[in-house]
Design a binder for this molecule. Structure first.
Ligand code: C5P
Length: 220
């Protein structure tokens, strides 16, 4: 039998990462956070001489980069050109710049191809999450979910993640601005054909995990 692929898309703060990790742990699958790859690419650009707006130079820089991502849902780490950037990619400077790199079509083609190869070689099956997994990266996945939540709920979750480092109006700005910037990245606010919408606004994390895990075919 072919390994199970679970594809999860959604906006920032929808709880995608925690949900996808939980589903992977529950079903014994690997876990791929594709946003971490765009963030790592952005970190590299910010730590180079290349201007984020120089699309050819950015594509060349990212294209020649070695990206190593650990697929263990209990301990997802990511390195780029040998530097572990697991923590650094969560910094606000990276969040603020990531859409500029993610809208670079050559970068997208490169990262999508890498993601498809990672998914294709995950022998035990995999949960992949991002913005275009259900539509572009793994449109044939047997389980495809669009995770949504009201903006207020997403702001509250981001705030809880970031803690006292930022004010709530800063978090609101970040979430709303990234929604707007990302709306040109991929169409992820409406579910494509065959994609199941799960609204997490009034659900706990474990309820969302159970709901998605229940969508997996039982005979695998
Ligand atoms: O999921 P996360 O918020 O970490 O993603 C960071 C950014 O990476 C998003 O804001 C988006 O610009 C980009 N991204 C993307 N396609 C994906 C995953 C993330 O363009 N599949």
């Amino acid at each position: 039998t072919t390994p199970l692929v679970v594809a999860i898309d959604g906006p920032s703060g929808s709880g995608k990462s925690s949900t996808a990790r939980g589903v992977a742990q529950k079903l014994g699958l690997a876990f791929l956070d594709t946003g971490a790859m765009y963030r790592a690419a952005t970190w590299l650009v910010l730590h180079s001489d290349v201007e984020a707006g120089d699309t050819d130079a950015v594509a060349a820089l990212v294209g020649s980069a070695d990206i190593a991502i650990a697929l263990d849902p209990a301990r997802p780490t990511i390195s780029i050109n040998g530097t572990d950037v697991t923590e650094a990619i969560r910094e606000p400077v990276v969040s603020a710049a990531v859409s500029a790199v993610a809208t670079n079509l050559a970068v997208r083609a490169d990262l999508v191809a890498r993601q498809q190869s990672i998914i294709g070689s995950a022998a035990q099956g995999i949960v992949a999450e991002g913005r275009d997994i259900t539509t572009v990266v793994a449109p044939e996945a047997p389980v495809r979910v669009l995770l949504v939540a009201d903006p207020q709920a997403r702001v509250a979750r981001r705030q809880a993640e970031l803690g006292e480092r930022v004010t709530s109006s800063e978090v609101t700005d970040q979430v709303i601005r990234r929604d707007r910037d990302d709306s040109t990245v991929a169409q992820f606010t409406e579910a494509a054909d065959g994609v199941v919408v799960v609204d997490s606004t009034h659900l706990t994390l474990s309820e969302v995990i159970d709901r998605i895990a229940d969508l997996a075919p039982t005979s695998r």
